[in-house]
Design a binder for this molecule. Structure first.
Ligand SMILES: C[S@@+](CC[C@H](N)C(=O)[O-])C[C@H]1O[C@@H](n2cnc3c(N)ncnc32)[C@H](O)[C@@H]1O
Length: 236
C-alpha cells in the first residue's frame, strides 16, 4: 500500500477490524453503502466475512468485481447497483451485523433520512461505521493555501463540490436523532494530508512514525478539529 494511504486508512481499519473480530459470530454480514471499488470490502471479505457493496457507479462495481476476483474472495463479495435511496430493498434479508457508510453521508441531500434508513437494515445489536469529512480541517487547509473566501464558505457550512463537511457536534446530533449511540469517535488524517509526500518517500522510517502518531492522536478530543475526517462506530 502507498505510504500516505497506509497512514490515512490505518485508524479506520484498526477500528473496523477490532469490531468484526470481537463480533458474536466468526462470519459476519457486512453492508458497505457507497463502497466504491471495494478497497475495504475486499479486505473485510479476506477476513472471512460476507460483504454486500451497494454503489450507484457501474464502473466502481466492475472494479470491485475484478478486485474481489484477484484476491480470491469473489464468493464472499456481492456488488449491487443502488444507493442510499433504495438501500432497504437491496440489503440482505434479515439485516446485517455491520453497515459501513464511508465518504457518502456528506453527498446526500438528507443525511438524517439516510441514517434512519441505515437503522432499518441493521440487525438488533448491529453497528454502524461512519466516516465523514470534518469541516474545520477543510477551513484550515483552504486558508493555508490562501483560499480565504473558500475557507469562509466552508466555515459557514456551505457545500463545496456537492460535499457537506460535518463538525463533531453536528454528527453527534444527527446520530442521536437516529437513535444511535457513538461507542468510539476517532479523528482520521490529522497530519497525513499536511506532510509532503517527498518526506515520506525519502526519510527512512518516516511513514511508520507518522502512522504511529496518527494512532496516538486519533482518540484525543483536542485533535478532532484538525482531523480531515471523523470516524464513528455507533450502535443502537
Ligand atoms: C468518496 S467515495 C467513497 C468510497 C468508499 N466508501 C471509500 O471510503 O473509499 C463515494 C462513493 O459513494 C458513492 N455514492 C454517491 N452517491 C451515493 C448515494 N446517494 N448512495 C450511495 N452511494 C453513493 C459513489 O459512487 C462513490 O463510490
Amino acid at each position: 500500500m502507498e505510504r500516505r494511504t497506509a497512514a490515512r486508512t490505518a485508524v479506520v481499519w484498526d477500528a473496523v477490524h477490532g469490531l468484526l473480530n470481537g463480533g458474536r459470530t466468526a462470519e459476519q454480514s457486512v453492508l458497505d453503502i457507497g463502497g466504491g471499488t471495494g478497497g475495504l470490502a475486499v479486505r473485510i471479505a479476506a477476513q472471512g466475512h460476507r460483504v454486500t457493496v451497494i454503489d450507484p457507479s457501474p464502473d466502481a462495481l466492475a472494479a470491485l468485481a475484478r478486485r474481489a476476483d484477484e484476491e480470491g474472495v469473489a464468493d464472499r463479495v456481492t456488488g449491487l447497483q443502488g444507493d442510499l435511496g433504495n438501500l432497504s430493498d437491496l440489503a440482505p434479508e434479515g439485516g446485517v451485523d455491520l453497515v459501513l457508510c464511508h465518504g457518502v453521508l456528506g453527498l446526500v441531500d438528507d443525511p438524517a433520512g439516510a441514517l434512519s434508513t441505515i437503522t432499518s437494515v441493521l440487525r438488533p445489536g448491529g453497528a454502524l461505521s461512519l466516516l465523514v469529512s470534518q469541516r474545520h480541517a477543510a477551513v484550515l487547509a483552504r486558508a493555508m493555501a490562501g483560499h480565504f473566501i473558500q475557507a469562509s464558505e466552508i466555515l459557514a457550512g456551505e457545500q463545496e463540490r456537492g460535499e457537506h463537511r460535518f463538525t463533531a457536534e453536528e454528527l453527534a446530533q444527527l446520530l442521536g436523532a437516529a437513535g444511535f449511540t457513538a461507542t468510539t469517535t476517532h479523528g482520521i488524517r490529522v497530519f497525513a494530508d499536511l506532510v509532503p509526500s517527498s518526506l515520506l518517500d525519502l526519510e527512512p522510517g518516516a511513514s511508520a512514525a507518522l502512522l504511529e502518531l496518527e494512532r496516538a492522536v486519533a482518540d484525543r478530543p483536542e485533535y478532532l478539529t484538525l482531523a480531515s475526517q471523523l470516524h464513528v462506530i455507533a450502535t443502537r
